[in-house]
Design a protein around this ligand. Structure first.
Ligand code: FAD
Length: 535
């Protein structure tokens, strides 16, 4: 295949996830641009097309890297699972299908930090170009783009009660949170089309697969980028036990995600010299921000019982009920199998003086016993979780060994910052305020977890420390910015190295307010503009 020294490709894209797949598809729209797309995972997994695959693949090695965090005192020394997609489509093929662009403030902050071309006015047209929003073009939404976005069709009296309760508690309904105004209680917009997951494989790669200038190699784990001096000339990857060198005529773009991209740089000799030397890796380029500035959403849930079991998917999520739901999906594309990770969301402010929402809630119509495996409780219930939208606490992701098969050390540093603690506690209290409002009186059963004994702020924080998980949104480990605290510039070029860019969630300078799939795809789209000279 493509071994040897001759560059058969203009660009090599490492990682076919949310950003990488979009990037490779856009680049190869130009028939003269030859792209090699390398993906460590398999070409497909049979579950991914069903939205319920979010639960089925969350801990499944066939399509998931299944990382885990270091134990940290802030979360009671638990090792928190860190699922990441390992299949064509990356995390977009196993994620919860919730579609959120973020707030204008997020991207204006990126621009304010010195990243030209990343303000809301700059990225809004890119979001628009990506989308095929079933709700139509009002409010600057995109129609006719590759990625279908649709509102959850599932109906449930539980949802009606929650909307009414939120209104009674003083929170507004928002018909489209992906416009400039995110605030409110909402029905989720999802990357689902006619009941089928719209991963970036479905949306971007499938239509591009027939192009002779796009060469996709799966089960190809990139081991390092090749540097000649300060120029990147290609990559070394492993496939079927063979080590293969591929050279890029123009550039290499890393899109391996916020966990694997910094790992790959460090294994290649790019990073903090102290860390590289500790593991016997020759320092080829001193770039101390690699693996730093890591943020994620810490997510904590409460479970309630429901007085009317028919409103909950708990009884239908196993045994005979599950068979019924399978038929419901097969014939009507509805029910349990068609649900995203949460059919309702809320974007709210924990303090009235805030300009925009600072917490996001997810409501699911079933109670969850074990979040790692998404196991359901035996009783009929529902769960609501909350995370602070823009966490302050910073962690890191660094190699723990020179062995590329060793998982990196993931340190969230969750709840380190008092702002994060306060927002989580207040958000948790707001969940209770809504659920305890009068419109839910007729359906609300017992608060199963944490239960009324957890009442004070200190008790709530302690509960959160004991149960909270990641919302699966790692970002920032190869932060974009002009200074020494960054890894790439605002054209996504690695500082100090030519021929090497990064396009994935690792470049986010700060956390976008929401789930991170849409902004990751947006980064892939923007990277294609930079490479095609369309600024
Ligand atoms: C379980 C889960 C649920 C989520 N739910 C939602 C949600 O509901 N809504 C939302 O907006 N976001 C959600 N997210 C987050 C969102 O999916 C991610 O932020 C986004 O997909 C990140 O895109 P990316 O391009 O940065 O990385 P990824 O999509 O993770 O892509 C990285 C790709 O690189 C590949 N790769 C890694 N290392 C190598 C290597 N050495 N060689 C070759 N290939 C490599 C990986 O296998 C993967 O395919 C969820 C994520 C997960 C894991």
């Amino acid at each position: 295949m493509m071994s040897g020294n001759e560059a058969q490709f203009d660009y090599i894209v490492v990682g076919a996830g949310s950003a990488g797949a979009a990037l490779a598809a856009r680049l190869t729209e130009d028939a003269n641009t030859r792209v090699l797309l390398l993906e460590a995972g398999k070409a497909s997994h049979p579950y991914t097309r069903f939205p319920i695959s979010f639960g089925l693949l969350i801990d499944n090695p066939a399509a998931n890297w299944r990382y885990a965090s270091e134990p940290e005192p802030g979360t009671k020394n638990r090792e928190i699972p860190v699922p990441r997609g390992k299949v064509l489509g990356g995390s977009s093929a196993i994620n919860g299908l919730v579609y959120v662009r973020g707030q204008p403030l997020d991207f204006n902050t990126w621009a304010q930090m010195g990243n030209r071309g990343w303000s809301w006015d700059d990225v809004q047209p890119t979001f628009q170009r990506m989308e095929n929003y079933q709700g139509g073009p009002a409010g600057g939404r995109g129609v006719g783009g590759p990625l279908t976005v649709s509102e959850v069709p599932d109906q449930n009296p539980l949802y009606d009660a929650w909307f009414a309760a939120a209104k009674a508690a003083g929170f507004k309904h928002n018909p489209d949170y992906n416009t400039e105004d995110q605030e409110g209680v909402v029905k989720t917009q999802t990357t689902i089309r006619n009941g089928v997951r719209q991963s970036t494989v479905v949306a971007y790669l499938k239509p591009a697969m027939g192009r002779p200038n796009l060469h996709i190699v799966t089960e190809a784990a990139t081991r390092k980028v090749l540097l000649e001096g300060k120029r990147c000339v290609g990559v070394v990857y492993e496939r079927g036990g063979q080590s293969i060198t591929a050279r890029a005529g123009k550039e290499v773009i890393l899109s391996a995600g916020a966990v694997a991209t910094p790992q790959l740089l460090e294994l290649s000799g790019v990073g903090n010299p102290e860390i590289l030397q500790r593991h016997g890796i020759e320092v080829l380029h001193d770039l101390p921000a690699v693996g730093e500035n890591f943020r994620d959403h810490i997510n904590a849930a409460a479970n309630w019982k429901l007085t009317d079991p028919s409103m909950s998917y708990n009884p239908r999520g196993r045994g005979l009920g599950l068979i019924g739901e399978a038929f419901r999906y097969a014939f009507a594309r509805g029910g349990f199998f068609s649900l995203p990770s949460a059919p309702l969301l809320a974007f709210l402010r924990t303090r009235p003086e805030l300009e925009t929402p600072d917490v996001q809630m997810h409501l699911v119509p079933y109670a969850i016993k074990n979040r790692k495996k998404r196991l359901l409780h035996d009783f009929a219930g529902f769960a609501i979780s909350v995370y602070q939208l823009r966490p302050e606490s910073l962690g890191s992701i660094h190699i723990r060994s020179a062995d590329p098969n060793a998982q990196p050390a993931i340190r969230f540093n969750f709840l380190h910052d008092p702002i994060d603690q306060a927002a989580m506690v207040e958000g948790f209290k707001m969940i209770r305020r809504i659920v305890n409002a009068a419109p839910m009186d007729h359906i609300r059963g017992e608060e199963y977890a944490p239960g009324p004994a957890v009442a004070t702020d200190a008790q709530i924080l302690d509960y959160i420390r004991g149960v909270a998980e990641t919302a699966y949104h790692p970002i920032g480990t190869c932060r974009m910015g002009p200074g020494p605290n960054a890894v790439v510039d605002d054209r996504l070029r690695v500082h100090g190295i030519t021929g090497l860019r990064i396009a994935d969630a690792s470049i986010f300078p700060t956390m976008p307010s929401g789930n991170t799939n849409a902004p990751s795809i947006m980064v892939g789209e923007k990277a294609s503009d930079f490479l095609r000279g369309r600024l």
